[in-house]
Design a protein around this ligand. Structure first.
Ligand code: G3H
Length: 496
């Protein structure tokens, strides 16, 4: 149960505490932020509404703790990360329960998210030891006009305080995908979890606390974005921001100072299906990619672009699979569960109504109860419909019939998003050509888009993001190169 057993110290009455200076604390604001259960639409948990003064204190301790942490041997940092990973996995059930209640993640997927996060932390520890244990040695006489009088030793040093802001759909996994690389690289971390997902994140942070990380190295502040959001992202003590979410990331990028940014801001991942595709494979991936976690993944298949000649056959196969999706509460591990909030459900409904008015073909009747929206396949979608371009972040999937591959590629590249895309064909040569033509961060051949495995590079073009993630890239991004140059009085080869 949330806030019980090993987690009893993280709650005060019915309000979860925030984490600062190695302790669980109650905010001086005396205010709490309610977390609404998407299924019941009632308040399920409450978290502290932290104040700006509390953020200031957190930044101060974070800076101090980072200085000592940067001097902690790499193998010790790795050891603590391995310990946190084991504790996290040990407590997978209570944390998964929070995910079920806060974000309506299906029960099995919730457990998977926690286990995947433990694995990610361990991988960060191992990769960090390899990556940060090596540097470069350069000699000066490779550049014109120089003798061999300079030895350059370069290695990677931490940035300082990393502000980590994960989204509601993976409040644990996309938090540790920032925490793990930041910590192994010698940074401290201030985590601002999403409101919906905050309690899961606080439980995850407690696992790091139990592992014995130094005081102040990891902090977790909760509260309203309107009160502390800009204050955090524009705080002068922050040396790096790693953000995953929506449009807010664009606003953050414009306001942030001269610091490295890692942004993952959504996608409209296209699935191009060619005439020679294995249609069973394509249909299975379209349904898995489009409807897992009710379509609330930035990497979800968000538009199917299918060649006209095979469109009827593909749509029939997709519909047969959609009919088998179970719809209901996350506790029963249903495939389709309520979307995260009422405003999200209303937004999805707006896209559906626009498509209806413009005469898309509905293969299922549109049905909604509260935040629960039944899976819906919209066929014969045209570019003048909003659903052709906007991301519903819900269980609604548009199909656009195309008469040439070029038409599909054009649609994909005309999107303001460019996260991932996929292509289904039996012709690998064609697949490679299409992959090169699709302007997205990743193209999957014969499989649905996905971020994982978590050590793969993960990046988006255009409004989908800044920089590249994946464990190795994140560690690199959260470090700077530092050089020491040994200047010699004479060329090193002058003797003998
Ligand atoms: O929602 C954005 C996530 O980065 C997607 O991750 O592909 O593992 O579902 P996923």
């Amino acid at each position: 149960m949330a806030g019980q057993g090993a987690f009893s110290e993280i709650i005060d009455g019915d309000v979860f505490k925030y984490y600062a200076d190695g302790e669980w604390k109650t905010s001086s604001s005396g205010k709490a932020v309610a977390i609404i259960n998407p299924t019941t639409r009632k308040t399920h948990y409450k978290v502290q509404a932290c104040t700006r003064e509390e953020v200031n204190k957190v930044m101060e301790t974070s800076k101090t703790a980072q200085k000592a942490w940067a001097k902690t041997p790499l193998w010790k940092r790795a050891e603590l990360l391995h310990k946190a990973a084991a504790i996290l996995k040990e407590h997978k059930n209570p944390i998964a329960e929070c995910l079920v209640k806060e974000i309506a993640k299906p029960a099995k997927d919730a457990v998977t998210e926690v286990v995947r996060s433990g694995d990610l932390i361990s991988y960060c520890a191992e990769e960090g030891v390899r990556l940060l244990g090596e540097g470069k040695f350069l000699v000066s006489d490779s550049f014109p006009g120089n003798e061999r009088t300079k030895y350059c030793l370069s290695s990677k040093i931490p940035l300082g305080v990393v502000l980590a802001i994960p989204p509601f759909n993976y409040p644990v996994n996309l938090a540790v995908s920032k925490l793990g690389p930041a910590l192994i690289a010698g940074n401290s971390v201030v985590l601002k979890p999403p409101t919906q997902g905050a309690v899961s994140a606080l439980h995850m942070v407690h696992c790091f606390h139990l592992a014995g990380f130094p005081k102040g190295l990891i902090s977790c502040v909760t509260g309203k974005g309107s009160e502390i959001g800009d204050f955090l992202t524009m705080h002068p003590a922050v040396n790096c921001i790693s953000f995953t979410g929506g449009d807010t990331g664009i606003a953050i990028s414009k306001k942030a100072g001269m610091i490295p940014l890692q942004m993952e801001l959504g996608g409209k991942d296209a699935c191009i299906v060619l005439e020679d595709a294995d249609l069973d494979l394509a249909a299975a991936n379209v349904v898995k990619g489009g409807f897992s976690y009710s379509g609330q993944r930035c990497t979800a298949v968000k538009v199917v672009l299918v060649m006209e000649s095979v469109a009827d056959a593909l749509v029939e196969k997709i519909n047969a699979k959609v009919a088998k999706l179970t719809v209901g509460p996350p506790e029963e591990d249903c495939d389709i569960t309520p979307v995260v909030s009422e405003s999200s459900a209303n937004f999805i409904e707006g896209l559906v109504m626009d498509a209806k008015q413009k005469e898309a073909k509905f293969w299922q009747e549109y049905k909604r109860e509260g935040n629960l929206i039944w899976p819906l396949l919209l066929d014969h979608v045209r570019p003048d419909m909003r659903i052709a371009w906007e991301e519903p972040f819900g269980p609604v999937l548009p199909v656009i019939r195309i008469s040439s591959v070029e038409e599909g590629i054009h649609h994909c590249n005309a999107s303001n998003f460019g996260l991932q895309g996929c292509v289904f064909t039996r012709d690998i040569n064609k697949a490679i050509l299409i992959s090169d033509a699709m302007e997205t961060g990743t193209v999957q051949i014969n499989s649905a888009p996905a971020r994982g495995p978590d050590h793969f590079p993960f990046q988006g073009l255009r409004d989908s993001g800044i920089g590249s993630q994946g464990i190795t890239n994140s560690i690199n991004m959260m470090t700077k190169i530092k050089s020491t140059v040994i200047n010699l009085p004479a060329p090193t080869y002058s003797m003998g």
